[in-house]
Design a protein around this ligand. Structure first.
Ligand code: SF4
Ligand code: SF4
Length: 305
């Protein structure tokens, strides 16, 4: 196992992996089979979560209100489809070179699972889409903030993950004990649509870690013009809120408070941020995505056909 860990560390360096965490199977016992990674590989022993940062610069054009498409590429689609896929696959190969099966898993939206019909008794219906937010906490990399997003000690909300399920038994990463989110509620205050409640909260527990998360009206987020991007896999799934004003404001707070370790020479926000819309101001969901913009390999870019 020592050789394997050494090879994993070398791969992490070679592939430019920014975050890696491990969780033993027992940490996923609380998850329903439909979103549990071990429904995909029941003989597996460990989940490995592999993360790369969303570079702060990919959010610059959104912060200025002058360029939305490049975040969707560098901060989202390419990061998940290209940069992380290649890094994850490199680590899969390292594990399999050492004789351990390694199942790569893409971060599909788990709220859509399942999407098919069970092939037999005792098997959850395909497709099982593991809960990546749960896994980020279970693998010791993140907590869930008041804003409902996984926050790491290094990057706050600025990262994306791929998963590997392996039958190699690797030591679990300790669950995060320090809090990144201090409950300042600046995320809620900055939301023009009032989608984040300041009075109602859920308490969620993952692997013994208890976290307070505000109730969020995701229907409003689906119509948000302030940097939110509708989910590229399904309109029913939660939109991507990393570039939205609520989360960009959180980023500013976390950097100012030095609550994250990836800090910069200059502050992210040098003037008041723009925002569009208030309660009931958005009627058309397609129009609502002009700013957030779909930007996919299919060539459907922003509001242009
Ligand atoms: S803005 Fe404050 S309350 Fe909201 S997620 Fe960030 S740190 Fe937590
Ligand atoms: S995505 Fe938009 S509507 Fe949703 S919480 Fe953030 S700013 Fe508010």
């Amino acid at each position: 196992m020592e050789n394997l860990l050494k090879a994993i560390n070398e791969t992490v360096k070679r592939e430019g992996i920014d975050l890696i965490g491990y969780a033993e199977k027992a940490r996923f016992d609380a998850l329903a089979p439909e979103v549990n990674p071990f429904s995909i590989f029941p003989e597996g022993k460990t989940v490995i979560l592999v993360g790369k940062r969303i570079c702060r610069g990919s959010l610059r054009g959104v912060e200025e209100g002058t360029n939305f498409g490049d975040y969707s590429l560098f901060g989202k689609n390419w990061l998940e489809d290209e940069f992380l896929s290649i890094a994850c696959y490199g680590l899969v190969n390292t594990l399999e070179d050492h004789g351990w099966e390694a199942v790569p898993v893409f971060p599909n939206p788990s709220e859509l699972s399942p999407t098919g019909i069970s092939v037999g008794d005792g098997r959850p219906a395909p497709n099982v889409f593991p809960d990546f937010d749960y896994a980020a906490v279970a693998c010791g990399l993140c907590e869930i903030g008041i804003n409902g997003l996984p926050l790491s000690e290094k990057y706050g909300s600025r990262q994306r993950f791929h998963m590997i399920i392996t039958d190699a038994e690797l030591p679990s990463t300790p669950i995060m004990t320090e809090s990144v989110c201090d409950g300042c509620m600046e995320c809620a205050k900055s939301c023009p649509l009032g989608a984040i409640s300041t009075t109602e909260f859920d308490e969620i527990e993952i692997c013994g870690k208890v976290m307070k998360v505000a109730k969020i009206d995701y229907e409003k987020c689906k119509e948000c013009k302030n940097g939110a991007v509708k989910n590229r896999f399904s309109a029913k799934a939660r939109p991507d809120r990393v570039a939205a004003i609520c989360n960009r404001t959180c980023m500013v707070c976390l950097e100012e408070k030095k609550a994250v370790s990836n800090l910069f020479e200059n502050s992210f926000r040098s003037q008041s941020s723009w925002s569009i819309g208030g309660e009931k101001s958005i009627e058309n969901r397609d129009e609502a995505n002009v700013l957030g913009g779909e930007f996919s390999k299919s060539g459907n870019r922003g509001n242009r056909k």
